[in-house]
Design a protein around this ligand. Sequence first.
Ligand code: GAL
Length: 717
Amino acid sequence: MNIRKIFTLMVCWVSVLSGMASITWTEVEPGIWKGIVGTPEDYNLLSVAGCKPSEQGFTRLPQVALPSLASQITADIRDGKTNISIPLVKNEQLYGFGLNFQTVHQRGKILNLHVDHYGGKDTGRTHAPVPFYISSDGYGVFVNSARYITVYAGSGARKDSPNAPVAKDRNTDKTWSSRPYSDAVTMVVPAPGAEIYLIGGPTPMDVVRRYNLLCGGGTLPPRWGLGFTQRTQKLYDAAKVEKEADEFERMGYPLDFIGLEPGWQSKAYPCTFEWDNGRFSDPAAFVKRMLDKNVRINLWTNPYVSPASGIYEAMYPLSGSHTVWCGIVPDLAMPEARRLWKDKLEKEHVSLGVSGYKIDEVDGYDFYLWPDAAVFPSGVSAEQMRQTYGLWVQKTTDDIFRKNNTRTYGLVRASNAGANSMPYVLYNDYYSHKDFITALINSGFCGVLWTPEVRSSKSAEDWLRRFQSVVFSPMAMINAWSSGTKPWSFPEVADQVKEYALLRMQMMPYWYSEFARYHFDGIPPFRAMNLEPGFSLDSAVRAELQNSNLDDNPYLEAVTKEIKDQYMAGKYLLVAPMFEGETSRKVILPKGDWYDFYTGDFVGNGSTIEVTPGLDKIPVFVKDGAIIPMMEARLHAPAPGEKVDLEIRHYGKADGNYRLYDDDGVSFDYEKGDYSWRDIKVERQKNGALKGSISRPEKGKPDTVGKVTWKFMTKNS
Ligand code: GAL
C-alpha cells in the first residue's frame, strides 16, 4: 500500500469520528470534477458570470485521472456554515486565492475572501478574491460560492491527524516554529452548502488552463486594446482631449484609446451617465472627430445613479436599500435594472461610437459601499452582491458591445471567478511598483488581468521604470486623472519612454497571438514563474531537491524560494522589472538556454544571473528557439483587414515554431470560426544555417500578413 492509500484509510476513519463526510465527485469537464456538499446556493459566481466552458480547449490538454487526494477531501455543515478540508502534504506549495499584491506563496495564510479595495496587506480583501487555488502538486480547488469565504491555507493541525507535525521543545530545538506544519487547507463557507471543483493537472499550468477554460477561456481584446492608452486629467473638455490626442500624434507617441475621467458627465459620484453640455457640447461630433484621428474613447464611470440622472426614477424601485454617495445602487441581479442601465449607456455613448468603459468603485471601501445589512429587491443578499457586483458591471456592459458585434476592452476595479472571458483589466489606487508586479503575477493564477498603471513619479527614473513595466502588461496605460502627466512629462527620459511605447506597438502580433492562446487554450499571457516547467515544487523538482546539494545547484535553491518580481510574458519572454534606486538585480532563469531580448546574446541556463541593464532597458530574456513576430512601429493598431509587414525574430540555436493568430481584430466573428493560425517555423538547413518559413493563409480565412522578413537575433546561431 502506498502512503497516499494509507493516508486515505486513516482520513476516512478520522472523518467518521469527526462527522466530516467525504464527497462524491462527478467529472463535469475533462479533468474537472464537481462535488456537492449540503445545499449549495443557486446564486453563485459562475451563474452570475454566465460563462460557458470552452469545450474545444479541453481537447488540447492531456488526459488526467481524478487526483488521488479526492477521497481525502471532507466536508460538514455546522452552525449554518460549510467547512471543507483538503489535505496537504509536506513541502507542497499553494498559489492563487485571488489578486494578492505581496505574496505568491500562499501556504500558511489565513484569508477572508472579500471584494474590497486593496488595503496594503494580503488579507483576502482585494479586488478579485477568487476562491481558487493551485497546488504545486498539480491539482487545484475552486469553491463556487459568492460568500465571504474564510481560508486557512495550511494553518492549524488536527490532534488526530495521521499527518500531524511533531511536537518540538522550544528550549532546545532551533527548528521549533510558532506555526508548525499544517496538514490541510480549511475553507469555511458561510452557507448551508457549497459546490466544489477539483481540477486536475498534471502540471500547475494545466490546472490553470482547465480553470480558465471552465470559465469560458480568456478574453481576446480587440487589436487596438493592446496599443497604448492615456487617461486624461479630470474635468478636461472636448478641446483639451482633442489637443492631447494631436500632441501624441505630432510628437510621435502611439495612442489607440483615450480615457475620459470625471468631468465628461454632468454630475459624478454619483453619476448621471449624461454628457456635460458645457465641456462636451456635441458629444457625437466629438467622438467622431476622435475616431477620425484613430483614437477611441473610453469613459470612466461608477454605476451609482445620481438623482439628477434621467434613469433615476425608473431605477429607484430596482435599487438596493442603501445609497453610495447618495446615489442609488442598481440591483444588477434584476434583468430590468440591467436593461435600464444598458439602454442608457447604449443611447448616450455606445451609439455615438464610444468604445469602452472604466467602471470604478465597485470594490469598496466599506465606508463607501452598502453595509452587509442592505437589502436588494432581487432577494440577493448584500454580501453576495458585494462579491459579484464587479462581475455584473462587466457582464452588463460587455453585453452592449456583443449585441453590436464589436469588441471592447476596458477597466474595472472589482471582479471574481468567472470573469475570465470578460474584456476587462483590473487596476486600483495603490501605487507600489513592486507590489504591482506581484499582482500581475498573481492575476495569472486567478483568471483576471491586471495593469501596473503609471500615474506620476517623483523622479524621471521611477517614471521610466514604471513605464517599462506597463509596456509588458495587459494594458499599456498612463492614468493621468489626477497628475495630468503625459508620456513626455520627464524630458530626461522622454525618448526612452517613446522607444518603449513604440516597442509595445511593434510587438502587437506577439501580444495578439498570446491573447488568442489565452482565449483558445486558457494559457495566461502574464504569469508566474511557478507555472513554467520545472519551476514549481512539483514532484519531479522535489525528487531532484532531495538528491542534490543546494550549494552546488543554485537553480534548485531558487525554485524553493518565492519569486515575485519576475514573470513570464507570453510563450517565450521572461520579464524582470527594475525598480527605482536599483542598478542591478538577480534574475532566475529556468532550465534551458536563455538569450537577451535586445541583443540575442546568450545569458544563462538554469542559473541565477546578476544584470546591470542601465536605465534605458528593462531586462527581458528569451527562450532558446523563440520566435517573436513583430510589426513596424506604428502610432495606431492596424485597421481590420489591413495587411501588415512582419519582422519575425528568432533567438538562440534551436529550431523554433510559433502559431501566429489572425482575425479581423474588432468583431466577434472569430467565435464563429472566422480566424486563422499561421505556422511559423525556423529550421536548421543542411548547410547549418537557420531558415524561416510561414504557412500559407487558409483559403477564405482572415489574412493580414504582408511582407515577411526574418531576423536571426543570436549571432553565429
Ligand atoms: C478613482 C480611480 C482612479 C480615478 C479616480 C477619478 O477611484 O481609482 O483611477 O479614476 O477615481 O476620480
